[in-house]
Design a protein around this ligand. Structure first.
Ligand code: SAM
Length: 415
């Protein structure tokens, strides 16, 4: 709490230039001056002390009062913010400008001095409202009492009370429509923040490998309308994607699925966050999506788990290679929205890229009809604080848990 020092009354010099007649005080300026029984002048403090106790204010009391006053001022100053200091300076300036000078009071009688002291200072004469500007009820009561007949005020003349208006806002119900673009974006889940769709993995802890010596298959170039690099392609058998630059089948090569695009739809599920549904018929073995993200070391993953993702419900880690992990939390592909199922229709495969990096793909384990939710069996690794989660896949063979100690080991991750 900000503490504002008390602004004392301005000091006025003793009448006729004399000093306080208390021999141990002897101040020349005080907030007010009072007469002692002998007719001499006493400063305000000594005057009050004498009047209440019947003897002069001793030095010990004077010292004590001065120390307390100094301490109060220092404490108040120490706790002042620049804003408060500015406010005080402004108040002081106003006081100085409105300060009424004590008239030469050698001729003034005691009553006049007392009357002068009792008179409120200009800033003390301000009239304050009894109630807030918007206090309609109070205002009405007051004014209704004083005014009669046609002078009587009605509610419509006054500002509405904020609390009442607030209540009206809360209780009043009206149908409304969101703008089309916002609604569409909302329906497509594009309003979700904190995730960026990326086209390639981002290498956080090291540089991406350069396109060194891609493994070229021995397929024969095929004619127009024919499919190159089919089942017999050596690269395909080895789980290697062909290089678009060097593959003998060129445009006809069908072994570049990661390097080309497919289509799926993100949907909201009942109790598992977002999920992914296919829009097309998917054939068994077909690559559906590549799982991309940031390639990080397991050490970085553990650190992220313990700090950045500590309170996150969803985990987006997937094994990439030895000691490395793909993190699809912040950026990646729609594959990060694929949920777990104990009876999945997809699986994860890892393919070697021409530049000896890896492609991680979600493949169909069987034929999938359009509109079906895509799922795979998670291979959760317990990085740092990764917690096991209750499984809501609803499969007949549901294990009840994903991740943690109950993690599954029957996931197809090929190298
Ligand atoms: C890779 S994300 C999947 C996408 C996630 N549903 C979303 O909305 O971003 C993995 C997280 O989804 C949730 N999840 C996925 N499958 C689940 C299941 N069968 N039961 C419960 N939660 C599941 C868990 O919170 C898990 O950590």
């Amino acid at each position: 709490m900000e503490c504002e020092p008390r602004l004392f009354k301005p000091l006025v010099p003793a009448p006729a230039g004399c000093e306080c007649s208390n021999s141990v005080c002897k101040v020349r300026t005080a907030s007010a001056w009072r007469r002692n029984p002998a007719g001499g002048w006493l400063c305000n403090a000594c005057g009050i002390f004498f009047k209440t106790r019947g003897f002069h204010r001793p030095l010990s009391v004077i010292e004590m009062n001065r120390t307390a006053k100094r301490r109060d001022t220092e404490l108040a100053k120490a706790s002042q913010t620049p804003r408060v200091r500015r406010k005080i300076r402004r108040k002081k300036r106003i006081k100085e400008s409105t300060n009424v000078k004590m008239p030469e009071s050698s001729q003034l009688e005691l009553e006049e001095v007392q009357a002068y002291n009792d008179e409120p200072l200009p800033w003390e004469q301000k009239d304050y409202l009894k109630c807030g500007l918007y206090s309609i009820d109070l205002k009405l009561n007051d004014r209704e009492k004083s005014l009669k007949g046609k002078d009587k005020v009605t509610t419509s003349e006054l500002f509405p009370l904020p609390t009442q208006y607030g209540q009206f806002l809360i209780t009043d119900q009206r149908n409304f429509c969101l703008p089309w673009d916002i609604m569409t974006a909302h329906k497509q889940g594009l309003l979700q923040r904190g995730f960026k769709n990326i086209k390639t993995n981002i290498f956080v802890d090291r540089k991406r490998k350069q396109d060194d010596e891609p493994i070229v298959c021995n397929c024969k170039p095929c004619g127009e309308g024919e499919i190159g690099c089919a089942e017999e392609c050596v690269n395909r058998i080895m789980f290697y994607e062909c290089s678009p630059k060097y593959c003998p089948c060129g445009e006809q090569c069908s072994n570049q699925r990661f390097q080309r695009k497919e289509s799926v739809k993100k949907v909201k599920t009942k109790n598992r966050g977002f999920g992914l549904r296919t829009l097309d018929i998917i054939k068994k073995g077909q690559l559906i999506l590549e799982y991309r993200g940031e390639i990080i070391s397991k050490c970085t993953a553990r650190k992220r788990m313990e700090a950045k993702y500590l309170h996150r419900k969803s985990v987006y880690f997937l094994e990439y290679g030895k000691g490395e992990v793909v993190d699809g939390a912040v950026c990646g592909t729609l594959a990060r929205f694929i949920n777990h199922s104990c009876a999945p229709n997809c699986h994860i495969e890892k393919w070697r890229a021409p530049n000896s990096e890896h492609f991680i793909g979600v493949f169909a384990s069987n034929d999938i009809k359009p509109g079906t939710e895509l799922t795979y069996d998670y291979n959760f690794s317990t990085f740092g604080g990764a917690q096991e989660q209750e499984c809501f896949c609803g499969a007949h063979n549901c294990r009840g848990w994903i991740g943690g100690k109950h993690r599954s080991t029957n996931i197809i991750v090929r190298e």
